[in-house]
Design a protein around this ligand. Structure first.
Ligand SMILES: Cc1cc2nc3c(=O)[nH]c(=O)nc-3n(C[C@H](O)[C@H](O)[C@H](O)COP(=O)(O)OP(=O)(O)OC[C@H]3O[C@@H](n4cnc5c(N)ncnc54)[C@H](O)[C@@H]3O)c2cc1C
Length: 139
C-alpha cells in the first residue's frame, strides 16, 4: 500500500514525485524502457522561467542559449527575439529522476485504475507488480 502512484515518468510525473512530502511512500511507473527516450520535443524552454523554477542556472543538460527564433510554416515566416535554453531533453529528465531513482519502475504500463472503498488499485502489465495500491483519500 502506497500513498501515491504516479503514472508517467515524463517531466510532469518526475516533478510531481520530487515535490511530494518526504514522508510519503510512492512509486513512479512508466511503460518506456529508458528515462528521457524516445524524444518527442524540440528541447527549447524559456530561460528566465526555467531558472526561476529551479532556483539555479547551473544545469548539466543545457546545450545552448538561443536569443533569436524563426518559425516557419509553409510559406509563412515569423521571427522573434526571446531568451531560450536548448536542452538535452534525455539528460534533463535523467537529472530530474536522479534524486528519486529508487522509486521509478520502467517497462510497466498502467492498464486500468479501479477505486475500492478507500484505496485505488493500479492494474499493470507487469508480472512482478501486477497491481499497485494507494490510498484514495489522503484526508
Ligand atoms: C514534436 C514536439 C515538440 C515539442 N517541443 C517542445 C519544446 O521545444 N519545448 C517545450 O517546452 N515543450 C515541447 N513539447 C512539449 C513537451 O514535450 C511536453 O509538454 C512534455 O513532454 C509534457 O510532459 P509530461 O510529463 O506531461 O508528458 P510526457 O513527456 O508525454 O510523459 C508522459 C509519460 O507517461 C508515460 N505513459 C503514458 N501512458 C502510460 C501508461 N498507460 N502506463 C505507463 N506509462 C505511461 C509515457 O511513456 C511518458 O513517458 C513538444 C512536444 C512535441 C510532441
Amino acid at each position: 500500500m502506497l500513498d501515491v502512484v504516479i503514472v508517467g515518468a515524463g517531466p510532469a510525473g518526475l516533478m510531481a514525485a520530487r515535490s511530494l512530502p518526504k514522508n510519503f511512500s510512492f512509486l513512479v511507473i512508466d511503460k518506456k524502457k529508458e528515462i528521457g527516450l524516445p524524444i518527442k520535443c524540440g528541447e527549447g524552454i524559456r530561460e528566465k522561467e526555467f531558472i526561476q523554477l529551479f532556483k539555479t542556472n547551473d544545469f548539466p543538460f543545457v546545450r545552448n542559449t538561443v536569443h533569436e527564433h524563426e518559425i516557419r510554416y509553409k510559406h509563412l515566416r515569423r521571427a522573434f527575439k526571446a531568451d531560450y535554453l536548448q536542452l538535452d531533453r534525455p539528460k534533463f529528465e535523467q537529472w530530474l529522476a536522479k534524486p528519486i531513482k529508487d522509486k521509478i519502475r520502467l517497462n510497466i504500463k498502467c492498464i486500468d485504475i479501479t477505486i475500492k472503498n478507500d484505496f485505488a488499485e493500479i492494474i499493470t502489465n507487469s508480472l512482478t507488480d501486477p497491481t499497485l495500491m494507494f490510498r484514495e483519500n489522503m484526508a
